[in-house]
Design a protein around this ligand. Structure first.
Ligand SMILES: C[S@@+](CC[C@H](N)C(=O)[O-])C[C@H]1O[C@@H](n2cnc3c(N)ncnc32)[C@H](O)[C@@H]1O
Length: 216
């Protein structure tokens, strides 16, 4: 596994510590199926030449949902601060026969300093991560590594009762939706804002913005 960050941050230590229980919680709450259903509904231009980044991949739920939706890019990078979560998710990918584990590679580091070239990726997926960093810095960095016209599937935590509970448990800070819209538009065109159905637990705390990187 490639490593890019020297210092172990508080967030990294926190997620390294809770990696097992966090992974189990996500297995039970149906997030993977909800993400897969949403991604399947999009006309994403992903093929065997595409490069995809799951930024702040955690236990790998978004990459799993992406593959469940039928996408098979050339390579998906799962990128996270937590070594333990990267290890657990890589093991999970290998265990599941229908997942193209050979083309998923873990890289450890900070989303504010992505160790990738400008315009490298066709698609970036990010769920529940930018709550840990200044939103402008995070979105600017994700835009930098995306090709012009490439898409960012951005799944932030939204202000809500469940969001506030998670905010306390997971020690992050929810960005107000008005800031999400305003700051997103500095780097992206907003293609859509999807609400998960209320029957899907992910919708109790998260919303989805589909963004397209603006021309420079
Ligand atoms: C709430 S979890 C979400 C994980 C996954 N995307 C999901 O939807 O299940 C937040 C993840 O972001 C990672 N994270 C937090 N701050 C980060 C940073 N600055 N750079 C990279 N990863 C970060 C944590 O290690 C953790 O895995």
């Amino acid at each position: 596994m490639k490593k890019t960050a020297a210092a172990k941050t508080k967030t990294q230590s926190f997620y390294d510590r809770i990696a097992d229980v966090h992974t189990l919680a996500l297995k039970l709450n149906g997030y993977r199926a909800s993400v897969a259903k949403y991604l399947r509904s999009l006309e994403l231009e992903i093929d065997e030449n595409s490069l995809v980044l799951d930024a702040g991949s955690g236990s790998g739920i978004v990459t799993l949902g992406f593959q469940d939706a039928g996408f098979r890019p050339k390579k998906t990078i799962t990128f996270d601060l937590s070594f333990n979560l990267l290890k657990i998710s890589s093991e999970q990918f290998r265990k599941e026969k229908q997942i193209d584990a050979a083309n998923v590679s873990p890289v450890q580091g900070n989303v504010l300093e992505l160790p990738f070239a400008d315009n490298a990726f066709d698609l970036v997926l990010t769920c529940g991560v930018l709550e840990y960093v200044p939103l402008d810095d995070g979105l600017r960095e994700m835009s930098r590594v995306l090709k012009t016209g490439g898409r960012l599937v951005f799944i932030p935590v939204k202000p809500s009762f469940v969001g506030s509970v998670l905010e306390l448990l997971y020690k992050f800070k929810i960005h107000p939706v008005k800031n999400v819209r305003k700051i997103s538009q500095r780097y992206f065109n907003i293609v859509g804002n999807h609400e998960f159905p209320v029957t899907e637990p992910i919708g109790w705390s998260k919303t989805i913005f589909l963004l397209e990187k603006k021309q420079p």
